[in-house]
Structures are given as C-alpha cells and as structure tokens.
Design a protein around this ligand. Structure first.
Ligand code: DAH
Length: 365
C-alpha cells in the first residue's frame, strides 16, 4: 500500500502556479475594468468566470491535488476568483447606473415642444362668441340658463302672450314636429327660456340664455334655418327701462369696444310692453362720417335685436306677481353680432364647417 504522496508539489500543475493564477486574475480584472457596457461585461463574465475560464479550470485542478497541497492552492484560486467576482459586481453596478442615467436622458420627452405634424383644430367661432357673451353676463353676476331646442308650442308662443291667432306667430316661420297634435316645435326664439325660468324660479332673476333657434327661412347670405340668439331676462323689484338700456350699453361696449352704445326705436313684441328695437352704434365709423361706411351702410347704427319691459300678462302666465315685480327682456342674434364684429358680409361660412374658416377665428382653446 503506498502512503500519501507528500512530495507532490502543486506548482507542478501549471494552472495552479501562483503566477498563472495571478495573471489569470489580472487579466480578468483588466477585462472587467475595460468593459464599456453591460453587454461587454456579460462577455467578460463568461470569459473569465465561466466553465472554460482559466480560473475555473484551475479550480477544478485543486480536486486532483493531494490533501496537504489543496489548502494553499485553494486559497490562491479562491482569492483570485473572489477578487474577480467582486470586481464584476462593482462594475455591474456602475454600468447599470450609467445605463439608467443614459436612458433617462435619451428617453426624455419634452412635452412643451411645439408639434405641427397635425393641424390644430379650432372651436367653432359661434361657440366662442356665445361663451364670450355668457362671460360678460356672468361677470355682471347674472346666471346662464338653458332650455331645449325641441320645445312645447305653449312655451315658445302662448306663455309669451302669442296666442294661437296672434299674427306674430306667422312672422316666425315655424318648424313643427309630427304629429301636430303634440304641439311641439323647434324653438323659433330663445324667449321660451324666459318662461321656463320664471316658472321654475322665484325673483330676483338675472339670466342670460345663448342657444340655437330654428325658422323655415331660405338659406342665403343673411338668413339660415338654424341660427343663434342670446336672450336676457331680469325680474326684480323696481326694474325699469333704464336698467335695460344700461345693461345693453354695457354688453355693446364689452363686445364691440369702449364707447359703443345702443339706441332704442319703438317697436312691438307681444311679450314686452313697451317694446323697442335695439340698434348698436357702428363700431367702424362710430357714427362719424357714416355716409362712406360700408359696415352700417351710412346709418351709423346697426340693427341688433329686440327688447322691452316684460308684459305683465307674461309675468302672470309664468306665475310672477306683476304688482310686486317688473322685468326687462331682450334677444339678439349671436351670428349677427359675430358678423358685425368681424365685418363678415355672408353668414353661410358659419354653418358650412370649413375648418379653414373656423380656425381663422376659432383657434382659441
Ligand atoms: N324673441 C324675439 C325674436 O326672436 C327677440 C326678442 C324681442 C326677445 C324682445 C326678447 C324681447 O326677449 O324682449 O325676434
């Protein structure tokens, strides 16, 4: 029986010689340090710690050594492998941090950069005009009221003192819905919102109502079967025509410019008594040398709408006590106001949906 091979010298195994181990370690460390990114580091890990790497081969040789030689060689290889794996770990952390930082920079999206690949849409000019008008009233402390465009005949006409045989009914060419016995119309004016408001609320009432209205008008440069009005209604104690005039002057100045005021011409509406047509001062010539003015055609004034003191019969029909309360009301065309404000001669582009027209006026968001 032979004894243990005490004479065995581990240096005889080439892979375990200290210089070999050191150089394998140094090569590995140099490669780790030289790795410029995570992919390169992955390759370094395979080359220098994988199964076929010099240090792994050396590690395997240890097992073949006699026990007394294993300790030394084991320590040497173990330290070398430890140093390499520590360096790998540290380099990995550095490269990961760099990668993350680079991604943050490269993938940053500047949400403030202007993009013009797609044309920006615009809101419809009449929507903007309606909102502008609503804002003027809200700034005065009024509320905005709304009503349906498909309206009861009674609210569109009867409640406003336009009885079934009233001649003014035929002046507003009405779209009737079928069956006629239901007595439902497309509202011909925003005035039914007055009735709705008085029927559901108690004074004081200060409301404005912008909205769509319908009449069987021919479609031409100044008429459309669908157009827009804004209605105003105030019901309170001690209301007079002077409050009406002041409110309309304020609206005119806000819409068309400081100093633009209104004038009243006597007129007739069944729901107001007295009634007036309201004209607004031409904002182009302002009434000076009007003869040459194309906007007002020499008038100095532009027809704007109708108005008056609410007829007590309407107050009664809508449940308001005329002994205690008085009111004023007015209604005017929003499309007309828009045409006037922008010197448009033809209102049809307002209804034809060409985005080039809308965006010229409506790019405000
Ligand atoms: N509703 C009327 C129209 O469409 C306009 C109008 C006139 C409204 C006088 C009013 C008013 O509130 O008081 O012709």
């Amino acid at each position: 029986m032979s004894g243990p091979n005490t004479d065995f010298d581990p240096v005889e195994v080439a892979a375990l010689q200290p210089e070999e181990v050191e150089s394998a370690r140094d090569e590995a460390l140099a490669a780790v340090a030289a790795a410029r990114d995570l992919a390169e580091l992955k390759q370094v890990r395979i080359d220098h710690t994988g199964d076929r790497s010099p240090l792994a081969l050396a590690n395997r040789e240890i097992g073949a050594l006699p026990p007394q030689a294993r300790k030394d060689a084991g320590q040497r290889v173990g330290q070398a492998r430890g140093a390499v794996s520590k360096a790998l770990g540290e380099r990995q952390a550095v490269l990961e941090a760099e990668h993350e930082e680079r991604m943050l920079v490269e993938e940053t999206v500047d949400v403030t950069l202007p993009t013009d690949r797609r044309r920006r849409g615009g809101r419809h000019p009449i929507t903007l005009q309606s909102e502008l008008i609503a804002d003027i009233f809200v700034a005065m402390g009024w509320e905005i009221a709304e009503g349906p465009v498909v309206e009861a005949e009674w609210l569109n006409f009867d409640a406003l003192n336009l009885g079934p045989d009233h001649p003014a009914r035929t002046m507003q060419d009405t779209f009737w819905t079928e069956p006629a016995e239901r007595h439902v119309v497309l509202r011909t004016q925003t005035s039914p919102v007055q009735a709705r408001t008085m029927l559901t609320r108690t004074p004081p009432i200060y409301v404005a109502c912008p909205g769509r209205v319908f009449r069987t008008d021919e479609y031409d440069a100044t008429h459309s079967p669908m157009f827009h009005q804004v209605e105003g209604l105030v019901v309170d104690e001690g209301i007079t025509m002077a409050h009406l005039k002041g409110s309309l002057d304020h609206l005119a100045a806000q819409l068309f410019g400081e100093g633009i005021d209104t004038r009243f011409r006597p007129s007739y509406f069944p729901f107001t008594e007295p009634s007036a047509e309201v004209d607004v001062r031409c904002f182009v010539c302002r009434g000076v040398d009007s003869d040459a003015c194309r906007t007002c055609r020499g008038e100095g004034w532009i027809e704007w709408g109708g108005c008056g003191v609410v007829n007590p019969r309407v107050l009664v029909a809508c449940g308001v006590d005329p002994e205690r309360y008085a009111g004023f009301a007015f209604g005017m065309g929003i499309d007309r106001s828009f045409m006037f404000r922008h010197s448009l001669e033809d209102l049809r582009p307002l209804f034809e949906g060409d985005v080039r027209f809308s965006s010229a006026f409506g790019t405000e968001i």
